[in-house]
Design a binder for this molecule. Structure first.
Ligand code: MRU
Length: 363
């Protein structure tokens, strides 16, 4: 997507052998990039959420493996890199998926040739992600087109967290259909959940939509239910960090409450996701590990003051404890359909199998 007229991906290799990423911890107030030189740089960027979003976490982990091989291309170094990267964040399936794909690609390559092979494989993971998100956009835009035609007015779409191009390599998952529909001239307006505690909606989704000229309004996380009751939400589209083989969707905490409200108000609720997000080894959403992050993300809030300084202030009494679980699971029964790169399917075991009879192995 474009920033100030220039096309960007969220991650790319540089001529000097490092990997450049957009520093998402500084958005929306500064657009800056960081060069990752080592395995530790890549692991640190994922852990601190300089890069975040399930597909981008996978892409960064893939390049992290390649960076580790710059100093030591041995089997032991591969093992250590995979262990270090796997431990960075537990919920998004794309991380384990990308590491497994890198290991499979490098297993039979002689150590002397591994560095080049690793950068090649990481690049192909990124290219595949772009293509998959583009295809999600095409399939999802079809749903938006039909709904907009039936409504005969601007379509109001609610989204949670950031599942746009910043969360992926390009395009995004939940936002790809919105960009596509907007580019086709369909009138859409997006309700952007602020997404406490880290505010990925207010700071990243709003930034992206503004940069692309998509009409949007940031709302408090708790407003969605009210807007649905008043007929002001036509559909919900969210991303997914891990989708089970039976169609349960794990996404940023708060997604489940939106699905409940959507169900109560007969508002269609879609999850958009590439195959790399599907964990075929898990049936029940309850088996997905939920990341617990620092309580400070909840007790403090960061923003720009009137004088232009970025400051972090405390918003919770010193004596109160805080619990910061970062994801929740929306049961498949609350999901109207899944939008994938292979098309749209029911959020069921058979729905997923109809699109992935090969369980996505060729993806
Ligand atoms: O904690 P984050 O910012 O990495 O979580 C991101 C989300 O929950 C997104 O909605 C998500 O990754 C969906 S897929 C693009």
């Amino acid at each position: 997507m474009k920033i100030s007229g220039l096309h960007y991906r969220t991650i790319w290799p540089t001529a000097s052998g490092s990997v450049r990423v957009i520093d998402q911890s500084r958005l929306p107030f500064a657009f800056a990039t960081i060069d990752l030189e080592t395995l530790d740089d890549a692991a640190g960027a994922i852990r601190s959420m300089v890069v975040r979003g399930a597909p981008l976490i996978g892409a960064t982990a893939a390049y992290g493996m390649a960076l580790a091989l710059r100093s030591d291309p041995s089997d032991a170094s591969l093992d250590e890199a995979a262990r270090t990267l796997k431990a960075t964040r537990p919920t998004a399936h794309n991380l384990a998926w990308a590491l497994a794909r890198m290991r499979a690609a490098l297993a039979t390559v002689a150590p002397a040739d591994r560095l080049e092979a690793a950068f090649g494989e990481a690049a192909s993971i990124c290219d595949a992600d772009v293509e998959q998100c583009r295809a999600i956009g095409i399939h999802g835009a079809e749903i938006i087109r039909r709904s907009a035609a039936a409504a005969g007015r601007t379509l109001n779409i609610l989204t949670h967290c950031n599942a746009g191009w910043l969360a992926c390599v390009d395009w995004g998952t939940a936002l790809a259909p919105i960009y596509r529909a907007h580019d086709e001239g369909i009138e859409v307006h997006v309700w952007v959940d602020e997404t406490r505690p880290r505010n990925q909606g207010a700071s990243l989704t709003a930034f992206e939509l503004a940069a692309h000229g998509v009409p949007h309004t940031v709302i408090a996380d708790n407003l969605g239910g009210h807007l649905m009751q008043r007929g002001r939400v036509d559909m919900v589209i969210v991303g997914s960090d891990r989708t089970t083989a039976a169609g349960d969707v794990c996404n940023k905490v708060g997604t489940y409450l939106k699905a409940l409200a959507a169900h109560d108000n007969a508002v269609p609720f879609y999850a958009a996701l590439p195959v790399s997000t599907i964990d075929w080894s898990i049936e029940r959403g309850g088996d997905i590990p939920i990341e617990e992050r620092s309580p400070m993300e909840l007790t403090h809030i960061t923003g720009r003051t009137a004088s232009g300084n970025i400051e972090t202030v405390r918003v919770v009494p010193e004596s109160s404890r805080a619990l910061n679980l970062a994801f929740d699971v929306t049961p498949a029964k609350l999901v109207t359909a899944l939008i994938t790169e292979r098309g749209v399917c029911a959020a069921t075991r058979s729905g997923l199998r109809s699109l992935y009879p090969d369980r996505g192995l060729s993806a």
